[in-house]
Design a protein around this ligand. Structure first.
Ligand code: FES
Length: 120
């Protein structure tokens, strides 16, 4: 749980939680985190950080963090479904992964998660 009694965190919006330092993310290499019981995959692409659900809607594998990155898309390593990291949607534009808001403050990465809305 994010503590709000530090002046260093006053610029972080309500609901965002610290997950890691920016230099702990390698370019185009995903990492898996659990925030408030929500499993997320985080990717850094150049200076941007993206956070999406780590659970693929195809067969519910927990492998999105291990996906291949090309442009702003991640390809699930299980069967190749491809998702836009900015929107979470499949490359066809249909519904895909949940995507989460990211804030970077003083080289630290904060994510705002919400509970999974099961739609499959
Ligand atoms: S489980 Fe991801 S594409 Fe099949």
């Amino acid at each position: 749980m994010l503590k709000r009694n530090s002046n260093h965190l006053k610029n972080i919006e309500e609901g965002f939680q610290f997950v890691c330092k920016l230099d702990e993310l390698k370019d185009k290499v995903g990492r898996r985190f659990i925030v408030d019981e929500v499993e997320i995959a985080i990717f850094k692409i150049e200076s941007e950080v993206f956070a999406v659900s780590n659970i693929c809607p195809h067969q519910q594998t927990h492998l999105i963090y291990d996906g291949f990155i090309e442009d702003e898309f991640v390809t699930c390593p299980a069967h190749g479904w491809k998702f836009n990291l900015r929107t979470g949607k499949k490359d066809s534009g249909s519904i895909g992964l949940d995507s989460y808001l990211v804030q970077i403050y003083e080289d630290r990465v904060f994510i705002k998660v919400y509970p999974k809305k099961y739609g499959w």
